[in-house]
Ligand binder design. Structure first.
Ligand SMILES: NC(=O)c1ccc[n+]([C@@H]2O[C@H](COP(=O)([O-])OP(=O)(O)OC[C@H]3O[C@@H](n4cnc5c(N)ncnc54)[C@H](O)[C@@H]3O)[C@@H](O)[C@H]2O)c1
Length: 461
């Protein structure tokens, strides 16, 4: 296990909020040698973590947590105040959801800040890790001093947003392309440089790939003020959302004009000014973050009196994506009532068990409301999906849900679905019809196997 932060003096770190961001940040900082205490106000979550069970699925996270706990580098607690008092750096990783009004809901941040301010007696660095609207740091600094019981306590506030993709978050933490530090003073910068020194120098044995980890380029260190760091995170997520909606506009154009969206986006993506990632046509984006961050930036722009038309258009296009795929299913099956559909995928994207705002679940709702009899399978997200939507019937594997089905619908792009024995699937279906909402499979190969195959923006669609 990790010795003292791989040649750098370790820091004592408190992580407030044991959701995806808090657990990944806490476990990874502990793995590079820091002493970390992860806090959550939900006592049941802490009991679960102490028993070695995780509230979320993220590749490699369970092993890291187990190793860091065994090495005495990682502990859990449900009192933020004490954890903040006994550490040097406090990461705020609580959720900042949107209210129905479109405004950010700061209540979790507010209560965390009150607890911290009242308990802390010495100079403390507070780091925003959550995605927050611009100027949140300024407000946090003000509230920390308002709630503080000691006039001599100095709170420094920095922003260090997390950019890693769910499903690749642990790997992304150890090998990021950039580390963004939004700081307002030299001391905060020095502390955060020390915290990230092993990552900045790539000077630690990678806990994910061990000996097989190829040499990596050190990440870029981006130093900005706190406002810019807050804006960069929102702006990045909103840009990715725009890119996906743009690819979906191209897919619709290809379907009407006879192009192939894969050829178009692949050729565009070779241009380094454009890049191919997220230029992917399909069922659109969901999950707890991209839609929220896009909405929040729209709202911020409106409030600031800036033209947010491009963001609004990306959101509208995305909201219509499930309708587009539902209509395709209806066109192919003609009548949906009592048709048996095998739904492959429930997670909002590959690599996660998260179903919040999942387009796959939205499609399930639309098909179920039209009377289709749906049997779903997802390698990770079935428990979460059933918890959130009691009516979802699930099968043990992809073959089970395909058996006697009138159609199979691919709604999440798990590799497992690409690698199915599709000949076997065809033989067990009542009608060999596949609707591929993620362009996961090759149309030529599926036709060769005798499927009626429909995807998004490719010839034949
Ligand atoms: N999940 C991601 O991949 C990701 C990536 C980048 C940024 N973000 C952003 O980071 C933030 C957190 O995301 P998440 O997915 O981890 O959220 P989450 O809602 O899953 O987890 C937040 C946790 O904080 C706890 N909490 C709330 N108030 C608390 C308090 N006062 N004291 C202690 N614990 C408290 C909650 O019980 C919950 O367990 C959000 O702003 C999100 O937009 C998330």
């Amino acid at each position: 296990m990790a010795p003292a932060a791989w040649g750098h003096a370790p820091l004592r770190v408190a992580i407030i909020g044991c959701g995806h961001v808090g657990l990944v940040t806490g476990a990874c900082l502990a793995a590079i040698g820091h002493r970390v205490i992860c806090v959550d106000r939900v006592a049941e979550k802490i009991r679960m973590l102490e028993k070695g069970r995780l509230p979320i699925y993220e590749p490699h996270l369970a092993e890291l947590i187990q190793q860091s706990r065994a090495a005495g580098k990682l502990t859990f607690s449900n009192t933020s105040g004490r954890a903040a008092r006994d550490t040097e750096v406090v990461f705020l990783c609580v959720g900042v959801p949107l209210l129905d009004s479109g405004e950010a809901d700061f209540s979790a941040l507010d209560s965390a800040v009150q607890e911290i301010a009242r308990a802390v007696k010495t100079t403390k660095l507070i780091v925003e890790r959550s995605t927050v609207p611009v100027e949140t740091g300024k407000q946090l600094k003000h509230l920390l001093s308002v709630y503080s019981r000691s006039h001599r306590t100095v709170f420094r506030v920095a922003a260090n947003p997390q950019f890693h993709r769910e499903g690749r978050a642990v790997e992304g933490f150890f090998h990021p392309d950039r580390i963004l530090l939004g700081v307002g003073d030299d001391r905060s910068e020095r502390t955060l440089r020390r915290l990230y020194a092993p990552i900045l120098k790539q000077s630690f044995p990678c806990p994910v790939h061990a000996r097989n980890c190829p040499p990596r380029k050190p990440p870029k260190l981006l130093l900005t003020n706190v406002h810019s760091a807050e804006l960069i995170k929102h702006a990045s997520n909103a840009f990715l959302a725009v890119k996906i909606s743009y690819a979906n506009v191209l897919a619709d154009l290809c379907e009407r004009l006879g192009g192939n969206v894969d050829e178009v986006t692949q050729a565009m993506g070779i241009d380094p000014r454009i890049g191919s990632r997220f230029l992917e046509a399909g069922i659109g984006f969901g999950g707890p973050r991209l839609p929220k961050d896009l909405r929040a930036l729209c709202r911020l722009a409106e409030r600031a009196g800036a033209d947010a038309g491009i963001l609004q258009a990306a959101e509208d296009i995305n909201l219509r994506r499930v309708d587009v795929l539902f209509e395709k299913a209806k066109r192919s099956l003609w009548v949906l009532k009592d048709k048996r559909i095998g739904l492959l995928g429930l997670a909002h994207k590959v690599g996660t068990d998260d179903v919040s705002g999942s387009p796959a679940v939205e499609l399930w709702k639309r098909l179920a409301a039209a009377g289709a009899l749906i049997h779903a399978y997802d390698p990770q997200a079935m428990a979460e999906a059933r918890r959130a939507h009691s009516g979802i019937a699930c099968g043990a594997d992809a073959y089970e849900v395909a058996k006697n089905a009138d159609a199979v619908v691919i709604a999440t792009d798990w590799e497992e679905f690409r690698n199915l024995d599709w000949q076997r699937v065809r033989d067990m279906m009542a009608r060999p019809l596949v609707l591929d909402c993620r362009n996961l499979l090759s149309p030529a190969r599926m036709k060769e196997l005798g499927f009626e195959y429909h995807s998004v923006g490719r010839p034949g669609d």
